[in-house]
Design a protein around this ligand. Structure first.
Ligand SMILES: Nc1ncnc2c1ncn2[C@@H]1O[C@H](COP(=O)(O)OP(=O)(O)OP(=O)(O)O)[C@@H](O)[C@H]1O
Ligand SMILES: [Mg+2]
Length: 264
């Protein structure tokens, strides 16, 4: 498998009132075409900051201090803003933990799904509606018409996450970055969403970078795992190697947490 995205020596710092924190300390990471790579690690280890840096959607007080993000021969970190906006959310899409924060509460799901097709892809309202309905059926929403007419607060968390996944797929991304997309959901819904992501990946063919602190999820979806600890990647390997012979003590901690609680 060829490399699709290469993060090279990424360093990200946060500038606070009185001091500077280096949240990501020289990360190297390769996402290969068609694979599922899990980025694991304890809370605060730098997983989200690494993911957000890829398309430069970091918080305002963060700065990329050094590094490159190579995608299709270009360094996204040195791309001008208008070229990058053609990649962000389109070729590289995201889903996050809280879909409710990403969906607009004052528009119906249908309007939110339809609008980008009209504005960015120049489709007619009728075509845009059909595209939106197709996306909802792709994420296995049965009652498409009702969901199109609903506002996000009228839907369950799991349903909103499906809607958000549908939205992220609108531009047919090559890479989907999923940052703890099931953490806010109960375990049954979590299992359904994971299954859905695996199916969509197979069907659409995007590469999946999946972020989690929970190795039981990694075991259900991953081919390869990178483990982060305090801003660095400390271990990388096939999922079974990670479980059978973890080398770094933090990987061992994650595996023993899985063995205590995670076998679901
Ligand atoms: N908005 C912020 N302001 C200041 N520092 C931040 C901010 N966001 C993140 N950091 C710093 O960056 C580090 C890495 O944060 P990050 O959000 O990447 O962790 P994470 O691995 O995604 O954790 P979690 O599993 O809790 O989501 C944090 O420990 C913190 O020091
Ligand atoms: Mg995070």
């Amino acid at each position: 498998m060829g490399s699709l995205l290469e993060i090279q020596n990424l360093k990200v710092k946060f500038y606070l009132d009185r001091h500077v924190i280096t949240a990501v300390q020289g990360v190297n990471l390769e996402l290969r075409a068609g694979e599922t790579l899990v980025l694991a690690g304890e809370s605060g280890s730098g997983k989200s900051v690494t993911a957000l840096a890829v398309t430069r959607i970091l918080p305002v007080n963060a700065r990329v201090f050094s590094g490159k993000v190579i995608f299709k021969g270009r360094d996204l970190l040195s791309l001008d803003e208008s070229s990058l906006s053609g990649v962000r959310g389109k070729e590289i899409a995201y889903i996050f933990q809280e879909p409710s924060g990403a969906l607009n509460p004052v528009y119906t799901v249908g309007n939110q799904l339809i609008e980008p097709f009209i504005l960015h892809q120049g489709k007619s309202p009728g075509q845009a509606r059909r595209e939106a309905e197709f996306l909802l059926s792709l994420v296995k929403i049965g009652d498409v018409k009702r969901v199109m007419e609903s506002y996000p607060h009228q839907l369950s968390g799991g349903m909103n996450q499906r809607v958000f996944i549908a939205m992220s797929l609108a531009c047919n991304p090559q890479i989907l970055i999923a940052d703890e997309p099931t953490t806010a959901l109960d375990v049954t819904i979590e299992a359904e969403i994971l299954k859905l992501l695996v199916e969509l990946k197979k069907k659409i063919g995007f590469s999946l970078l999946f972020i989690t602190h929970n190795l039981s999820i990694a075991r259900r979806i991953a081919g390869r795992v990178c483990v982060m600890y305090k801003g660095s990647v400390v271990e990388e390997g096939g999922i079974e190697d990670i479980f059978n012979s973890p080398k770094h003590f933090h990987t061992r901690d994650l595996v023993s947490a899985y063995e205590k609680i995670g076998k679901i």
